[in-house]
Design a protein around this ligand. Structure first.
Ligand SMILES: NC(=O)c1ccc[n+]([C@@H]2O[C@H](COP(=O)([O-])OP(=O)(O)OC[C@H]3O[C@@H](n4cnc5c(N)ncnc54)[C@H](OP(=O)(O)O)[C@@H]3O)[C@@H](O)[C@H]2O)c1
Length: 312
């Protein structure tokens, strides 16, 4: 099959378009014919060798861990999918990924894709959608009526987080740059702060939950806006300081998990028209290096997706 692979860590130039062996599904796996693959910051972080402790890598490696496609063949123990099912998934990050024509994924990480959107839009959902869902609801325990500040509200994770938090009935505040203010409002945010013009901590206070995707100084400054006893949940490295300790703020980081029941719930909300995956850019599979270069710039609106099969 056609695939994009790396044979060593390095810059975008290590991504090679080449022939790779067809994956053989194990007993508990589904072989998926890939229509589209989402692109996420973890793709270039793994390519650069930044995450090798967390995600041990065997070369050659096919990157990309977001897929929408069609179930082609099932391992003998798989009973919940059949050939032809349209599915989506966030596969295991320690195995070959989805910048390819086929991927074998554990059936326990697969769900039926939303019916009302195409594969390009569905491939934008699993990794970022699961991250926003679990960060807000499982770790952040966000409840209706609470105030939540979402850092980087226009990004892959943030654009889902704004919509999920609004759907839950929270009061949603987001940060982004000037060019994305109207966009973040259109996702449902009640207030949007332009980080180029204003310090969010000068405008926001009494927040119950900060959902942070930026880390570092932005994360530390977020302690100012939280109520005593508030929560800060981060997709990157959690840190605490004197302020977080004296205000008894709960600070937690987490790795999103590939729970099919969450994918199922998210698909349901998409099919009800409550949630929309946002696509910033679609590129053909061969342009994976360009997709990762854009992702690393850190200013994607919504998601970048690689199209593997062009749907009529
Ligand atoms: N722990 C996990 O399981 C997990 C899962 C997914 C992602 N992550 C991590 O979470 C982070 C975010 O992922 P992502 O996919 O959402 O990234 P992304 O889509 O690349 O984020 C880009 C967005 O960040 C915004 N941004 C940049 N600087 C900002 C600032 N100073 N303040 C506010 N917004 C800013 C940009 O808006 P402008 O263009 O307007 O600047 C852009 O819309 C990454 O580090 C990723 O690796 C972790």
């Amino acid at each position: 099959m056609k695939a994009i692979r790396i044979h060593s860590f390095g810059g975008p130039e290590v991504l090679k378009s080449e022939e790779a062996p067809m994956p053989e599904p194990k007993a508990d796996e589904v072989l998926i014919k890939i229509y589209a693959s989402g692109v996420n910051p973890v793709d270039w972080k793994i390519r650069e060798g930044m995450s090798k402790e967390r995600f041990p890598t065997n070369f050659p490696l096919i990157p990309g861990w977001d897929v929408s496609g069609v179930a082609e063949r099932m391992g003998e123990d798989v009973t919940n999918f059949k050939r032809g099912d349209e599915v989506y998934s966030r596969p295991d990050l320690t195995k070959n990924g989805t910048y390819a024509e086929y991927v074998a994924v554990k059936a326990s990480q697969v769900a039926l894709k939303p019916k009302t959107i195409d594969h390009v839009h569905a491939a934008a959902v699993p990794l970022a959608g699961l991250t926003a869902w679990q960060g807000l609801f499982d770790h952040g325990k966000l409840k209706a009526g609470e105030r939540v500040l979402i850092q980087a509200a226009s990004g892959g994770v943030g654009s889902f987080a704004v919509q999920f938090a609004k759907w839950k009935g929270a009061y949603v505040i987001g940060t982004t740059s000037g060019k994305n203010i109207e966009f973040v409002k259109s996702l449902g945010a009640d207030e949007v702060i332009d980080y180029e013009k204003e310090k969010f901590e000068d405008r926001v206070k009494n927040v119950d939950l900060v959902f942070d995707t930026q880390g570092g100084e932005i994360q530390k400054r977020s302690f100012h806006v939280l109520k005593a006893g508030g929560r800060l949940i981060t997709t990157v490295k959690p840190e605490s300081n004197d302020e977080s300790k004296s205000k008894h703020i709960q600070v937690d980081g987490y790795m999103a998990e590939s729970f099919p029941e969450d994918l199922h719930q998210i698909a349901g909300l998409i099919d009800l028209g409550k949630i929309k995956p946002i696509i910033g850019k679609v590129l053909p599979l061969e342009q994976a290096a360009e997709a990762q270069r854009l992702s690393k710039e850190g200013h994607t609106r919504g998601k970048i997706v690689l199209e593997v099969v062009h749907e009529a």
